[in-house]
Structures are given as C-alpha cells and as structure tokens.
Design a protein. Structure first.
Length: 437
C-alpha cells in the first residue's frame, strides 16, 4: 500500500534517502495546500491558514494506517523553505515573503533520479514500494519527529494559497471597468462581495456561492499580502483601495480623508437601498393581510393593516427621496474626481511643455543664429557642387569627350516611344483576330 509509506516517520531519513524524502515532502505539501484551500470542508474555515493541531492530526488519521508520524517534520521543512510562514510573523513583518520554486529545493538537495522523479509526480504503488525500503511500515515516531511535531503546532500561512487567491482577486478586479480611482475604493463588505467571492468561485469552480468567500483571518492575510508584498493595495481599517491600472501603488500613498468620506456615503447609499427593499416587502405583506381580512369579513383588522401600509408607504417615499439625493451626491463626487484627473493631466502636460520650451536650443536668438548658419552652410554646399560640376565638364572637354546633343536624344527617345506603341497595337489586333476565329 502507498499510504503507510507516506504516513511513516520522516525525520530520520532526511539524509539517508534524500530522493524519497523529497518525494514524500512534495506529496504532503500538495495535499495540505489543496485541503486547506478547500476551506470549510475541513476542520477549519480558513483557506489561507493551516492550523496544525490535534484536530488536523485527527482529520488526517486513517483506520488502516494510523496517524501521519512525519507531519511535524513536513511542516518544519516547509517553514525552512518559506512555503509556510507563522501567522503572527506574516502579519507583523515589514519584509516581503516570496515562495521559492520547488525545483530550487530539489536541485539544492540532490539531483533526483528518474525513479525518484516519477515518485514526486505520482506516488504509484511501485514508487511507494521503493519508499518502504528506506522508511519502513508501522514504525513508531522518533524523538526528532516528536520534537518537530511540538514545534510545528500553530497557525501557518500557506504562501502558495495566498499567491493563488491574490492572483484571482486581481484578475477579478481588473476584469471590471474602472473609470476613475473612486471605482477602486471598497469597504470590506463590498470588497468581499464584488471581488473576493468571484475570485474564489473562479479558483474553485466546484465551490458553492455560500462557500465562495474568505474568513476574517484569511482576509487579513490577503490584504497584508496585496499591500506589502504586491504593493497593489492600500488598507486603512475598513477602507480598501486597489490599483487603478496594472502596476503598483506608490509606497507613500495613503487613503485620504475625502476617500473615507466617499466610502461613508456609499455605505449609507447601500443601507438605504436595503431599507427600501425591506419596506417594500413589508408593504406587500400588509397588502396581502388586508385582502385576507376582507375575505374573512374582518374589516377592523383590515383597517389596521391598511393604516400600517399607509405609514410604510410614507416612509418609503422619504427613503426613496433620500436615496435619490445620495445618488446625486455620488454622481457629483465621481464627476469631480474625473475633473481632478483631467486637471492633473493638464498640469502634467503644461509642466512638460514648459520644460521643453525652456531648453536653451529653443530660445529665439539661438534659433535665428542657427537658421542663419544653416543658410550659409547650404549656400556653401551649392557653391561646392557647382564647382565640381564645372570641373567635371572641363575635364570631359579636355579629354575629347563630346557632350551629347540634347535635341538628337529627344528625337531618338520619341522614335522609341512610337515603336513601343506600334508593337502594342499590333499585339492587341492579333489577340482580337484570334478571338474572332
């Protein structure tokens, strides 16, 4: 069986059988990463954070095989290779984290043989039988393995999953038209609804809408990665700003107070929309109850529901007015933001033009001097050309070479032209005669 070999103790075989060790490590890396990204189906709802604890050990334990004795060794090895980062360290560090390629580790450790390479790609029965020769079945964990397990307990950010989800989030963001910088502002709620959920759905096509999201811890990790490591986001408590176009956000950039104010208006607009939906729902309910009471000849009760409906209709009218006002404010804000962008472009263009016009070579006096000098140079060139032509003519005369008669050459050229036209007419006549036959 393949599983007992993979569930065996790994700590004692880091050096004794490097190829088999690397193959088992890669198998576990892929398994843990995929299981974590699946999220709610496991013992934790997090997709980007692997919780290494007794619950995980229980999830991985199998009746016929037992628990994975080398799990702690796997986690500690992945930590050394920057595949997983302790969660507190990830969130508090100012340094960027970049996951190295698997190939780098394999080349650094040893050159895998074809047998071990096939093992790393797919642990088939034959390949695992090779593993069993060195790892053994059913052996108890070593002291080193137990020590690794104690050290590995905790919460680990899985960089592969973070990178994968971040790419999907940016793809979802860039797929929607973003006319101005205001379109890149989100609250945490709108960021999850408009960007994260479509990204998760694209990453995990089989996940349902309810499960296409991230936990709060995952969201903290993702935002930290986008802001610090990718430099494509700014985060200020509940306000998130993503890049407008492909590229990084300037390091010194901050979310301004007016941008926070815009988000407040947007959130209020969204809340009023929900209130209107709820009021309309309650009005329909009251109308249904009025009709039901009338059918049952309960006029007093029907009148009570009718009063409640009228009150709700008055409230609805006020809320609709408020919504229209807020919508108008948002439109004005977006127009003003676009005007600011246009004026920035004008200012940049003006500054660039001033810089170019300030070049010493574009000063009027220097331009006049250059033009005069150019005219003199061209005149000198004409004189040189004329002198060369006259010299050449004198040399031909001195050598006895007669100049061709222009009138004679013109007459010869005309005769050749008539000859060509005559041949053309004869050829056309011959073709017409052949067609007539």
């Amino acid at each position: 069986s393949s599983l007992p070999a993979l569930y065996a103790d790994l700590a004692a075989h880091r050096s004794s059988n490097k190829a088999s060790y690397e193959a088992s490590l890669e198998w576990w890396r892929e398994l843990l990463s995929s299981a974590c990204l699946a999220g709610p189906e496991t013992s934790t709802a997090d997709r980007l954070i692997l919780h290494v604890n007794q619950a995980l050990l229980d999830d991985l334990s199998l009746d016929d095989v037992g628990r994975p004795l080398g799990l702690g060794t796997v986690i500690m090895e992945l930590q050394q290779r920057k595949e997983v980062i302790e969660m507190k360290q990830f969130l508090s560090s100012r340094a960027r984290f970049k996951r190295p390629s698997l190939g780098h580790h394999l080349q650094k450790s040893t050159a895998l043989s074809s047998r071990a390479a096939s093992l790393a790609m797919a642990p088939l029965t034959w390949a695992i039988s090779q593993l069993s020769l060195s790892l053994g079945f059913g052996e108890s964990s070593s002291d080193a393995s137990d020590e690794d397990w104690e050290k590995s307990k905790g919460n680990w950010v899985v960089l592969e999953n973070v990178e994968r989800v971040a790419e999907a989030v940016l793809a979802a963001h860039r797929s929607s038209p973003r006319i101005s910088a205001l379109d890149c502002l989100f609250s945490r709620r709108t960021f999850v609804e408009e960007v994260v959920k479509p990204a998760i759905a694209a990453t995990l096509p089989d996940s349902s809408t309810a499960k296409s999201s991230l936990s709060e811890s995952d969201l903290e990790v993702l935002l930290k990665y986008l802001a610090r490591d990718r430099k494509v986001a700014l985060v200020d408590k509940e306000v998130i700003k993503l890049e407008l176009e492909h590229g990084s956000i300037e390091p010194e950039s901050k979310i301004t107070e007016h941008e926070k104010g815009i988000m407040d208006v947007r959130d209020t607009h969204a809340k009023v929309e929900k209130q209107i939906e709820e009021i309309e729902k309650r009005i329909k309910e009251r109308q249904s109850k009025v009709e039901k009471c009338l059918k049952e000849n309960s006029k007093s009760q029907a009148l009570s529901y009718l009063r409640s409906k009228k009150t709700l209709e008055a409230l609805l009218e006020k809320r609709v007015g408020t919504l229209e006002t807020l919508h108008g404010i948002l439109v004005k804000i977006e127009q003003a933001a676009s005007d600011v962008e246009i004026m920035k472009a004008y200012e940049t263009s003006t500054a660039s033009l001033k810089t170019l016009l300030g070049d010493a070579r574009l000063q009027p006096d220097r331009i006049d001097a250059n033009m005069d000098e150019m005219q003199e140079t061209l005149a000198s060139a004409d004189e040189v050309r004329q002198a060369i032509d006259l010299g050449a003519q004198g040399m031909r005369q001195a050598s006895g070479v007669e100049e061709p008669d222009e009138a004679e050459m013109e007459a010869e050229l005309l005769a050749l032209q008539k000859e060509v036209e005559t041949e053309k007419k004869d050829r056309i006549a011959e073709q017409d005669a052949q067609k007539a036959q």
